[in-house]
Design a protein around this ligand. Structure first.
Ligand code: FAD
Length: 470
C-alpha cells in the first residue's frame, strides 16, 4: 500500500493538462475566482486555492482525482461553502473541487419513498422536490436555502427537527462516490434494510471530504405531515425553558422542533428587529416548539397540553401560531439570530457543542460564568430537544487588541465545561480545521487511531482534504 508522503504543488503545465482533460470552463485560476473560494462561513479562516475545478459529471470528478493521484496534489471537495469549520478551504494549499454544477434532482420514487439527486443540489430544492409529491425530507439546517445536500451528508448536518425526525445521517440510503484514485463506487441504494458487512455508506457521514467525493445521493423520504402548529413560550430562565421541553417529551408529545434562546440572544433579536418581541419584558428565555401531525383535533389537544406543561413550569406567556403568518412571526426571532448576533458584535467566538439534553441548563450556566470570567458577553441558543447548544462569545466589553487570546481562552474553557458534562465538541457543524485541536481531548486515542486507519484505507496518499478532521 502506498504511504502518505509529501504532497506536491501543481505547476501551470499540470493545471493546463487537467484543463485539457476536462474541457472548456471547468478549471479556473482567475484571481477573482480564487478569492471567492478562499472563504467559507467560518469567517475566521481564509486560504486561497491553487485552482478551482467545477466538474459537471462524476466522470469529470474521476478525471480530477486520477490527475491528483498521479501528481500527488491535494484536492479539497466543496459544496456551497456554508460550512463553519473551515472544511472546504484549501488550508495548506490544494485544488478546490466544487460540485456546485452537479445540482440536479434526478428522481423522486414514490413507490420506494426515495429521492435521488446530485450532491450540489441546494437542500431547499430537495425539500421542494419532495413536497411537490406530498413527501417530506425532514433534515432542516438553518442554512438550507444556501447549503448543498452533499455538504450536509459530508458534515453530518443536523437541524431543528432532529428531536422528532433525526438528522441527515438518518435519511441516507445510498451514494455514488469517487475514491481518491479516481475509481467510482456505489454504496447502498434503495434498500431500506442493509445488514451486509461493514456499513461503508455511513462512513461518508461526517467524513468532511477526507474519504471520497460524493457524486450522487439517494435519500429516504417520509409522508408530509398535513398540519403544523408553533408554540412560543417565554420563561424567566433557560433552566425553566429546558425543563418545560423535557416535561413535554415525558408527557409523550415529541415535538418536531424544540429550540431555546437565552436572554442575550433575545436582546440581540430585539435590537436587530428594532421592536418588542413576543412575551413580557421579564422573559429571560424562550422555548420555541413546533408540533406536526395528521389530525386537527389531535394536534389541538397536544397544543393545549404543551401550554399547560409550560405554565406548570413557570411560563410567563404562551403564544400559539396555527396559520403560516402567525407561525412566521413566532419563528422570526429564532431565524434572525445569526445576523442579529453578528450585527451586535462583528467578532464572535463560536462553538456548536452538544451535551445530554438534561445538562443544557448546567452548560448554559457554565458558559455564562466563562463569559464573566473573560469579560465578554456570552449568548446561547439552540436545540433544547437534542442538547445541541450554539455558544456565541461576543466581543462586547472585551479589549479589541487582546480579543484573539481572550476568544481562544474562553473557547478552551467552553470545551472543558462541555467535556465535564459528558458532551462533545460538535453536534452538527463538523470538525474541519477549527475543532481539530479539541478532538484528542474528547475521543480516546484508540478511536483516533482507528479513524486514521480508515483514512489510510480510503486515501493512502492523503490527497483528499488534508489537514481536516484528523
Ligand atoms: C447561517 C448558517 C446557519 C447554519 N445552520 C446550520 C444548522 O442548522 N445545522 C447544521 O448542521 N449546519 C448549519 N450550518 C453549517 C453549514 O451550512 C452545514 O455544515 C452544511 O452542511 C454545509 O454544506 P455546504 O454545501 O455549504 O458544504 P461546504 O461548506 O462546501 O463543505 C463542508 C464540508 O463538506 C465537504 N464536502 C462538501 N461537498 C462534498 C462532496 N460532494 N463530497 C465530499 N465532501 C464534500 C467539504 O470538503 C467540507 O469539508 C449553518 C451555516 C450558516 C452559515
Amino acid at each position: 500500500m502506498p504511504e502518505p508522503g509529501p504532497l506536491n504543488t501543481p505547476t501551470p503545465a499540470d493545471l493546463e493538462r487537467l484543463a485539457a482533460r476536462l474541457g472548456a470552463g471547468r478549471v479556473s485560476t482567475a484571481a477573482a475566482t480564487l478569492d471567492r473560494y478562499s472563504r467559507d462561513e467560518s469567517t475566521v479562516l481564509e486560504a486561497e486555492p491553487w485552482a478551482v475545478v467545477r466538474p459537471r459529471t462524476a466522470g469529470e470528478v474521476s478525471a480530477v482525482l486520477r490527475w491528483a493521484t498521479a501528481g500527488r496534489f491535494a484536492v479539497v471537495p466543496r459544496g456551497a461553502g456554508t460550512g463553519v469549520a473551515g472544511g472546504a478551504l484549501a488550508v495548506g494549499g490544494g485544488v478546490v473541487l466544487s460540485v456546485e454544477r452537479m445540482n440536479r434532482i434526478l428522481e423522486v420514487d414514490e413507490d420506494n419513498l426515495t429521492l435521488t439527486c446530485e450532491p450540489g443540489a441546494i437542500t431547499a430544492a430537495v425539500h421542494e422536490a419532495a413536497r411537490g409529491r406530498g413527501l417530506f425530507y425532514p433534515p432542516d439546517p438553518a442554512s438550507l436555502d444556501a447549503c448543498s445536500i452533499g455538504g450536509n451528508v459530508a458534515v453530518g448536518a443536523g437541524g431543528a427537527r432532529a428531536v422528532k425526525y433525526g438528522v441527515t445521517r438518518d435519511y441516507l440510503l445510498g451514494a455514488e462516490v469517487v475514491l481518491a484514485d479516481g475509481e467510482r463506487l456505489a454504496l447502498g441504494g434503495k434498500n431500506v434494510k442493509n445488514a451486509t458487512g461493514y456499513h461503508l455508506l455511513e462512513l461518508l457521514v461526517g467524513s468532511e471530504g477526507t474519504l471520497a467525493v460524493i457524486t450522487r445521493l439517494t435519500l429516504r423520504l417520509v409522508p408530509l405531515p398535513a398540519r403544523r402548529v408553533t408554540v412560543l413560550a417565554a420563561f424567566p430562565s433557560v433552566g425553566h425553558a429546558v425543563r418545560a421541553v423535557a416535561r413535554v417529551i415525558r408527557a409523550r408529545i415529541v415535538p418536531a422542533v424544540a429550540e431555546f434562546m437565552d436572554e442575550v440572544t433575545i436582546e440581540a433579536a430585539r435590537r436587530y428587529l428594532g421592536r418588542d418581541l413576543p412575551g413580557p419584558e421579564a422573559a429571560a428565555a424562550y422555548a420555541l416548539l413546533e408540533l406536526d401531525g395528521e389530525r386537527a383535533d389531535a394536534l389541538e389537544a397536544d397544543m393545549v397540553r404543551v401550554a399547560e406543561v409550560a405554565e406548570a413550569e413557570g411560563a410567563l406567556d404562551v403564544l400559539a401560531g396555527e396559520d403560516p403568518g402567525q407561525q412566521a412571526r413566532l419563528w422570526e426571532t429564532r431565524r434572525c439570530l445569526g445576523e442579529a448576533l453578528r450585527a451586535w458584535s462583528g467578532e464572535i467566538g463560536k462553538a456548536d457543542v452538544v451535551v445530554p439534553r438534561s445538562r443544557v441548563p448546567a452548560l448554559v450556566d457554565a458558559v455564562k460564568a466563562i463569559g464573566r470570567d473573560h469579560g465578554l458577553l456570552a449568548a446561547c441558543f439552540g436545540h433544547a430537544g437534542d442538547g445541541n447548544v450554539h455558544v456565541n462569545l461576543l466581543r462586547v466589553g472585551a479589549d479589541r487588541a487582546a480579543w484573539p487570546e481572550i476568544r481562544a481562552a474562553a473557547l478552551e474553557a467552553v470545551m472543558d465545561a462541555t467535556r465535564a458534562l459528558g458532551g462533545l465538541p460538535s453536534g452538527e457543524h463538523g470538525v474541519g480545521v477549527l475543532k481539530r485541536p479539541y478532538l484528542a481531548r474528547f475521543l480516546p486515542g484508540r478511536s483516533l487511531a482507528l479513524m486514521r486507519g480508515i483514512k489510510q484505507a480510503f486515501d493512502p496518499l492523503g490527497i483528499l482534504n488534508p489537514g481536516k478532521v484528523l
